[in-house]
Ligand binder design. Structure first.
Ligand code: PLP
Length: 394
């Protein structure tokens, strides 16, 4: 059975065009770009081209791109760099809905003596701007706020935040792992000092990512060793993957206009049909300001894991709003921060589409979901209780 892969915020398939571009660089052109011989030199040229393609997607210069191993490494690099560059400042600011790559790093830094602010969000996942601005002080070393949320797709007002932080002279990092390639990003129009991204979210392979560092931003390397990445990140280049990331960025740039309009209407069709056909269901996030590919839908009084298992029987891949990776069935910290009631957070499913998603796939999910939800509700004591208490009508 060919999977219906609606879990693209977790990872994406490598675009066949990307794969094709990468393949010569394993067995034939495997030189080390730092070598003096021309066999290595020719791959150095190809890395240069890839860096240019990455930079072009966000209107940066190639010198402002540091290639890393993943989004998590980029996040860690940015935060540690800011702390090293401002040794006198001991306060760091982020939000309550960040990916663990930032959330857990900030909690770790608390143990090292840093004071943290986790800015709350409202029930649509929008940042509480008053709390945010009030938290800032001369002691703030860095603000790190994600561009788009991986669970709901909700986007923070990065332009506004950047402008304010520039006025106050505070370093601004954004985790754009989910945003890159899905929305138009122009770093010359926003005051971002550093921005993380990751290859495997945009149809490049896993194991490659990047960090944009605006020219003039104080920078301190995370990985120390060789002179690669202009001395900003040591380690022999992950040649084929870097070339793949470059190609994926070039393709993503081509999709920014029409590809994502198509994707948005596909996502909207899925979302509207499910909410219309299934009682006691609703969409999470800021409907006016979110990624075009992400649908986070709560189905009340059942468990997301059971929905996923049933979807799996039809080859449909999605993910739930529980923090399964932590081994608990606690609803995700994102949904909890948004104040989504327990009975709904538990039954939350994230469908995340890609430019490879089709109308037929959406049709099948629309067909199967109502019967899956009904079967599970028929077995759910919480659903029965809700009927008895008059909370739902059947
Ligand atoms: N930041 C966000 C918003 C993400 O969604 C992810 C991955 O899901 C990461 C960071 C981590 O990226 P990577 O898997 O490349 O380390």
């Amino acid at each position: 059975m060919k999977p219906i892969y609606f879990d693209n915020n977790a990872t994406t398939k490598v675009d066949p065009e990307v794969f094709e571009e990468m393949t010569p660089y394993f067995v034939e052109l495997y030189g080390n770009p730092s070598s003096m011989h021309s066999f290595g030199g020719q791959v150095a040229e190809k890395i240069k081209e890839a860096r240019k393609r990455i930079a072009d997607l966000i209107n940066a210069t190639p010198e402002e791109i540091i290639i890393t191993s993943c989004g998590s490494e980029s996040d860690n690099t940015a935060i540690y760099s800011a702390l090293k560059s401002h040794p006198d400042k001991k306060h760091i600011v982020t939000s309550m809905v960040e990916h663990p790559a930032i959330k857990n790093l900030f909690q770790h830094l608390e143990k090292d003596g840093y004071t943290t602010t986790f800015v709350p969000v409202d029930n649509k996942g929008r940042l509480n701007m008053d709390v945010f601005y009030d938290s800032l002080s001369d002691n703030t070393a860095i603000v790190s706020l994600m561009w788009a949320n991986n669970e709901t797709g909700t986007m923070f007002p990065i332009d506004e935040i950047g402008a304010e932080l520039k006025k106050r002279g505070i370093t601004f990092h954004t985790d754009a792992v989910q945003a890159l390639g899905k929305i138009d990003i122009d770093v010359t129009k926003t005051n971002i000092d550093m921005m993380s991204f990751s290859g495997h979210k945009i149809h490049a392979p896993k194991g490659v990512g990047g960090l944009y560092v605006r020219k003039g931003t104080k920078f301190s390397p995370f990985l120390i060793g060789g002179h690669q990445e202009g001395g900003k990140r040591a380690g022999t280049e992950n040649l084929a993957s870097i070339i793949g990331l470059g190609k994926a960025c070039e393709i993503a740039k081509g999709h920014l206009d029409d590809g994502y309009h198509k994707l948005r209407s596909l996502r909207d069709r899925l979302e509207n049909a499910l909410v219309e056909k299934i009682p006691n269901s609703f969409v999470n996030g800021d409907l006016e300001n979110r990624l075009p590919n992400t649908a986070s839908i709560s189905f009340e009084y059942i468990e997301g894991e059971s929905i996923l298992l049933m979807l799996n029987e039809y080859g449909i891949c999605a993910s739930s709003g529980s923090a399964c990776t932590s081994g608990s069935l606690e609803p995700s910290h994102v949904l909890r921060a948004m104040g989504i009631p327990f009975t709904a957070a538990h039954g939350t499913i994230r469908f995340s589409l890609s430019v490879f998603s089709t109308d037929e796939e959406v049709d099948l999910v629309i067909e199967k979901m109502p019967e899956i939800i009904q079967r599970l509700r028929d077995m759910s004591p919480f659903w029965q209780e809700a009927i008895n208490e008059g909370k739902v009508t059947v």
